[in-house]
Design a protein around this ligand. Sequence first.
Ligand code: NCD
Length: 358
Amino acid sequence: MAKISHLIDLNDFTPEQWHTIVSLAHEIMSAPMVYAGACRGKIMGTLFYEPSTRTQMSFQTAMLRLGGGIIGFDNPSTSSVAKGENLKDTTKIVSGYSDILVMRHPLEGASKAAALTADCPVINAGDGGHLHPTQTLTDLLTLREEKGTLEDLTVGFCGDLKNGRTVHSLLKALSCFKGNKFIFVSTPELKVPTYIKDYVSASGKTYEEYSTLEEVMPKLDVLYMTRIQRERFGSPEEYEKQKHVYCLDEKKMQLGKKELIVMHPLPRVDEIAIEVDDDPRAMYFKQANYGMYVRMALILCMIDYKLESKPLLNGTIVKDVCCTNPRCITHTEKYLPHSFRKAGDVLECEYCDERILI
Ligand code: NCD
């Protein structure tokens, strides 16, 4: 595998490299003991500024199963972050103790910002409502194992498509494979962001938008359910209006194909009724288990990466322009250079991909 430094966006890797990781995960599943000592003497740092069960624990278990060690925090209030330490300093220190760093943060672009100063490879384990590339690797492995292909699939996405970072990363990835079609089911307020839709269209793929699950169920090969992301709403009232809109139950499952699979990055709130768990098409618990194997494969592929001298920011530094996304990391970490890609009249923030008209 070509040496690259960090995994911030899954598109930092080529589809061939995704295949390498997913195929290695498949091999690990069939003979885990072969890899039991593969990371002996190596340390993984996990900096989780936001709650996590699966991502954090599957990364930690993955490293432990490879024979390596783990350090880090799952609650920044127990670290010097509580004393006011900035992201730059925390990253600099912990990356100096570690061979690989895994970061989750509520602000968009945080992992990229961390990578600017890290002394070891950084893996983005979710940055606000932006991206979640390792969940996508999990999803690709699930599709490869359970559908046998990543191509020619009609994939439905339902729920909070605006704030669901797993949706954004998976759409970007599945757009790279031939014949895939996408069906979005959401309220008007929680639609897929324009920059992701543009990405899908630019790859030559099509998408349709609906407001109910019933009308789309018979068309789908895969249904990707997501929860409404309460923590990303501006006010409790806005969340109240959106919650409980979608619930997949056995009645709706009856409208689906026999070969349908239902995925969900989890945690579930109430968007899938418990009764669906017993349906053989419910794949979400198995999917979470695949996540551990894919992270073992990812760690194995990245652990010996040397940091490249290639700059992480390639755009134009525009001092007087601030990103208009209030959840962009540049607003709290003031020392970060304001770097934008220029596309005609539009500046695109290099941290969070927000588009600003100039
Ligand atoms: C997702 C996340 O954190 O974005 N969970 C996960 O990593 N498996 C989905 C979510 O929180 O809704």
